[in-house]
Write a protein that binds this ligand. Structure first.
Ligand code: PLP
Length: 348
């Protein structure tokens, strides 16, 4: 079997949600499942989170929200972070989604096309990505407040750096922009929850921490990615491995070719930097990552295993990300469609 196995531990995801819910204190803890639950399969992950107690979910797009509604059924609230885009009225109405309105244009569009339909508001407090600017908000806040927003939220740009001055600055702006407005408020994603009580408000929105990623250092690992060994060979000193001859054998070495590559999300930046594991024993990657394959130096293993792990307890999502010069979020959401996905634990 040449397919690589991606094990996704739904009980670990549920446990991470419960831990972040405890850290959120009295605030409600939602779950962010955009981008197919960070690449791990929203159709399996979201029901496990609902079973753990999550009652509010966040997606990026109305289309994701409609699919999630079909998965979860009626009951849970589904917020759409891109808001109310042109053409979204139908999926928003049909699937009972709550768009988080980001601009005066979206507010007008929502009030005109779906009067009386629930909505949230996103304020920009300095990240300059999504949300009403302070003057735009001042102009419509009375009208918006009368309509009774389900949620008023903003997003922190530097919450993974607890000492960063931006956190307190955004907190102050968020307070100033929402003072006196009678609606539930939300500021914290995973990083914000860990900044402490001031940042919790009424609802928290963790994503990456559920999936075992930093900055939630106490997270239980969620994924294990196990690659089949397709072939092994001995190479003599001076022989090279892979495209571009980037690795030259310093001595007689045994090389294993493993069945996943950059088309599966094992990005080329991992070349020569990450490791694969036989149980607890690491073996370095050698040469360049190919589209469907990578090579590892397995000379020091006592025997050749059928499979080796590139993600697991010894090399987690953030270890692999560090080796490749990126972040855990990108490693997870890049995981490809070719894996045999095995969801273990969780609610059935
Ligand atoms: C992605 C996202 C989240 C979740 O962030 P994590 O860092 O993954 O916890 C929360 N809120 C907004 C607005 C987001 O875009």
């Amino acid at each position: 079997m040449a397919q690589a196995d991606l094990h996704i531990d739904l009980s670990a995801i549920a446990e991470n949600w419960r831990a972040l819910a405890r850290a959120s204190g009295p605030a409600e803890t939602a779950a962010v499942v955009k981008a197919d639950a960070y690449g791990l399969g929203a159709d399996r992950v979201a029901p496990a989170l609902a079973a753990a107690g999550a009652r509010s979910f966040f997606v990026a797009l109305a289309e994701e929200g409609a699919a999630l509604r079909a998965t979860l059924g009626d009951g849970p609230r589904i917020f759409v972070l891109s808001g109310h885009m042109e053409g979204d009225a139908q999926p928003i109405a049909q699937a009972g989604l709550i768009p988080v309105l980001n601009s005066p244009e979206q507010l007008t569009r929502h009030f005109q096309s779906l009067p009386g339909h629930p909505f949230g508001i996103q304020l920009d407090t300095g990240m300059n990505r999504l949300g009403f600017e302070e003057d735009e908000w001042r102009a419509v806040s009375a009208e918006a407040s009368r309509a009774g927003p389900t949620l008023i939220m903003s997003h922190l740009a530097c919450a993974d750096e607890p000492g960063h001055a931006m956190n307190a600055r955004q907190l102050a702006v968020f307070r100033r922009m929402t003072n006196g407005i009678d609606a539930p408020r939300s500021l914290a994603a995973t990083g914000g929850i860990l900044l402490g009580r001031d940042y919790l408000f009424d609802l928290t929105r963790p994503g990456i921490g559920l999936y075992g990623g930093m900055p939630f250092a106490q997270a239980r690992p969620v994924v294990r990615l196990s690659l089949p060994v397709i072939q092994t060979r001995w190479v003599e000193p001076g022989e090279t491995v892979g495209y571009g001859n980037t690795w030259t054998a310093p001595a007689r070495r045994r090389i294993a070719t493993l069945g996943a590559g950059y088309a599966d999300g094992l990005i080329r930046a991992m070349s020569g930097r990450a490791r694969v594991f036989d149980g607890d024993t690491p073996c370095p990657l050698v040469g360049r990552v190919s589209m469907d394959m990578i090579a590892a130096d397995v000379t020091d293993l006592p025997g050749i295993p059928d499979r080796m792990d590139i993600l697991g307890p010894r090399q987690g999502v953030d270890d692999l990300a560090r080796a490749a010069g990126t972040i855990g979020y990108e490693i997870l959401t890049s995981l490809g469609a070719r894996y045999r996905r095995m969801h273990i634990g969780g609610a059935e």
